[in-house]
Write a protein that binds this ligand. Structure first.
Ligand SMILES: NC(=O)c1ccc[n+]([C@@H]2O[C@H](COP(=O)([O-])OP(=O)(O)OC[C@H]3O[C@@H](n4cnc5c(N)ncnc54)[C@H](O)[C@@H]3O)[C@@H](O)[C@H]2O)c1
Length: 346
């Protein structure tokens, strides 16, 4: 299958690597106005276009991965949906719920698959955790907590990352929220606070949120890109070699019969009777002997969707619902009230 890549920046280069290492597809073309992308296309001996319109005059890829700044996801996505070409759009689906909703509605009208690049869903650790939760091993899920504390240096904040949408809610916490929805269920309402004590300006550098799930579970989340710490999925999951690995935990999921620590895949349960006076033990379960490379697993799902052999593990609708929770968190911080994400989809 011929795959096109739009936006050969930080994320796009990882997709290129993944495409080049997949036997079922080839990198058909790169679309990106930058000189760096042009030079990369020469190095990789692949077709190059500076914009999508020019590319679509000459080429018809079987699928497209869009890894451009969030604010242009909608415009770029619509050009491919118009031609009924399946797309995988990097997370977040768009920079706001309204434009993300436009993408989903247009794709449905055109009967064209849209996937959202919440690649963590494809991680074997998460797949196994989901099956543990669904099997009932943890009992009823009562609460969960996610920490995402990172420190991003000044040179990370290029022009688009300094503007609205470049803060850790849309860049980082959107992944954690998506996983909580995937593992625990839909979110009924949120409350939150945010701050920007370090960078100032319009964009948050820190936020905390409370989640109430539709099934009654409760969740707490804390995110910051100005804290030095090892407690984030990025620094604990070994998912991406650009981050140093720390054998620490960033998600805690608590049930009536056991609790789960991720990504360490540790289960804590009572030795005998369930009581705070009784000893509890910890065991690790194995995720299997297979290789765990979520971007490759995500690409395989995308290829299978193009071939109509599988459903998306993370659809455009999933990306939209996750984005609605992020927008609800921002609105809750602004209005100091609880906000229901589903009201933002109307
Ligand atoms: N899944 C993940 O873990 C992950 C990680 C990083 C970034 N992302 C997402 O990937 C997307 C890109 O982020 P990034 O960090 O790679 O940004 P980046 O700034 O490093 O790269 C963006 C690239 O898009 C190009 N571009 C800009 N406008 C374009 C257009 N209209 N058409 C074609 N190309 C265009 C730029 O020249 C640049 O090369 C964002 O949506 C971001 O949230 C996801």
């Amino acid at each position: 299958m011929k795959i096109a890549l739009v936006g050969a920046g930080l994320a796009g280069k990882q997709h290129i690597h993944t495409i080049l290492n997949n036997k079922k597809c080839k990198l058909d073309l790169i679309i990106d106005p930058s000189q760096e992308a042009y030079e990369l296309s020469k190095k990789l001996n692949t077709q190059y276009f500076s914009n999508i319109e020019k590319a679509l005059e000459k080429c018809r890829p079987d699928g497209v991965i869009i890894a451009t700044p969030n604010s242009v996801h909608k415009k770029n996505a619509e050009l491919f949906i118009k031609k009924k070409i399946p797309i995988l759009i990097e997370k977040p689906l768009s920079s706001d719920v309204k434009s993300a909703l436009d993408i989903v509605i247009y794709a449905r009208k055109q009967n064209t698959p849209v996937l959202t690049g919440h690649h963590r869903r494809h991680n074997k650790i998460i797949q196994k955790a989901k099956s543990k939760i669904q099997s009932g091993d943890l009992g009823k899920i009562i609460a969960c907590h996610a920490t995402c504390w990172l420190f991003k240096p000044n040179n990370y904040f290029n022009s688009w990352r300094k503007s609205l949408g470049g803060g850790p809610l849309l860049i980082n916490l959107v992944h954690d929220i998506d996983l909580m929805r995937y593992l625990i269920g839909e979110i009924d309402s949120v409350q939150s606070f945010e701050s920007n004590l370090v960078r100032g300006g319009n964009t948050e550098d820190t936020a905390v949120a409370l989640l109430k799930f539709q099934n009654g579970s409760l969740g707490t989340l804390s995110v910051s890109d100005t804290i030095i710490s090892p407690w984030s999925w990025e620094l604990t999951s070994k998912e991406n070699p650009i981050y140093p690995y720390n054998k620490q935990t960033c998600y805690w999921i608590g049930g009536t019969h056991a609790s789960l620590e991720l990504p360490q895949s540790k289960i804590w349960k009572s030795v005998d009777k369930r009581s705070w006076w009784e000893p509890i033990t910890q065991s690790n379960y194995k995720i299997g002997e297979y290789k765990n490379y979520p971007l490759a697993q995500q690409l395989n799902n995308f290829l299978a969707v193009i071939e109509k052999k599988e459903e998306p593990i993370c659809s455009g609708m999933d990306g939209l619902n996750t984005l609605a929770v992020i927008e609800a968190i921002k609105l809750a911080a602004k209005t100091k009230t609880a906000v229901k994400p589903e009201t933002l989809l109307k």
